[in-house]
Design a protein around this ligand. Structure first.
Ligand code: SF4
Ligand code: MG
Length: 315
């Protein structure tokens, strides 16, 4: 499929200039370049501007509940491990109400990809401070500066156990496409923070701020690969190397302001993937996952009445 074939004709109501468009285009390009077809992909959206993403992609998808995108994505992957499963949502959705799911999805190392659109505000509800905005910062929609400390998504992902962790920028579509592809290809839980300017409510960290040089004159955004940064923990490794890579990732994750790293912070190929672990306990699991099983019958009748279920949803 070509990237354009992943577009739908549903009217997109994101604001003009929103970083979400860059992410949508990068997703379409990543799917096409990986040779994926629509029926092989399932995209789940949380609640917020970014949560509407499944409407705009010609793939399987559900616009789920506030903070609950990861349980939906987890369920789909466990039911059908052959699916390429992607969860998308904002920083408020994923790190506010959804923080518990965020942490526990990392612990499992299930093979799915979580794209966090980070604009530091709750855009859909008119720009309130989200958990990623720093203490003392104030955008134009906030009456006062934030009094709370912020959450650092990359550090939280590292400590939760995600085995692929990266950061991209919504207006660098080529790099973002590669990062999304890399995250999808990783066999384990992949977390990609995407810096996503919200031109309507976040006037503090807008496109100009991100792309302007810092006080030192160096570009604020830079690629980790430009510093020969190596995030990889190989499949057969020892604890010492894993600790070193983890500590290196934690250190880089704290860089912000004058210099902001983009790229892959950490990738651990040594951790067992969750469906592989299940198949060690239930040997038939990967051959006959729930999606390949015939629904239970009672008196020669399926106990799952899909027709009435669908009719109820439509009504
Ligand atoms: Fe994008 Fe912000 Fe508009 Fe939401 S409110 S669509 S995040 S620009
Ligand atoms: Mg947000």
């Amino acid at each position: 499929m070509q990237p354009k074939e992943f577009e739908t004709d549903i009217k997109n109501d994101w604001c003009a200039g929103c970083g979400d468009y860059g992410i949508l285009r990068a997703m379409e390009k990543a799917f096409a370049e990986l040779g994926l077809a629509s029926h092989q992909i399932a995209v789940f959206g949380g609640i917020g501007c970014s949560g509407k993403t499944p409407y705009y992609l010609e793939v399987n998808g559900i616009h789920t509940l506030h903070g609950r995108v990861l349980p939906f994505a987890t369920g789909a992957k466990l039911a059908n491990p052959e699916l390429t499963v992607i969860a998308v949502g904002g920083d408020g959705d994923g790190l506010g109400i959804g923080a518990g799911h965020f942490v526990n999805a990392g612990r499992r190392n299930l093979d799915l990809t979580y794209l966090l659109f980070n604009n530091e505000v709750y855009g859909l509800t008119k720009g309130q401070a989200a958990p990623t905005i720093r203490q003392g910062e104030k955008t134009k929609a906030m009456p006062r500066a934030s009094m709370q400390n912020h959450l650092n998504p990359v550090m939280l992902a590292l400590s939760s156990g995600y085995t692929w962790i990266g950061r991209g920028y919504a207006y660098y579509p080529d790099q973002l496409t590669l990062l999304i592809q890399d995250a999808i290809c990783h066999k384990g839980s992949a977390f990609l923070e995407i810096l996503q300017p919200c031109p309507v409510y976040n006037d503090l960290h807008d496109k100009h701020w991100y792309e302007r040089a810092g006080i030192s004159g160096h570009p604020r955004l830079y690629a980790l690969s430009s510093e020969n940064y190596d995030p990889l923990v190989p499949a057969h490794t020892d604890e010492t190397l894993r600790d070193e890579k983890f500590t290196q990732g934690m250190r880089k994750a704290q860089e912000w302001g004058e210099r902001i790293p983009l790229g892959v912070f950490y990738q651990d190929l040594s951790a067992p993937e969750f469906t592989q672990q299940i198949s060690q306990q239930t040997v038939s699991y990967l051959e006959r996952p729930p999606a390949r099983q015939v629904p239970p019958v009672h008196n020669s009748k399926s106990m799952v009445d899909m027709q009435s279920l669908i009719t109820r949803f439509i009504l």
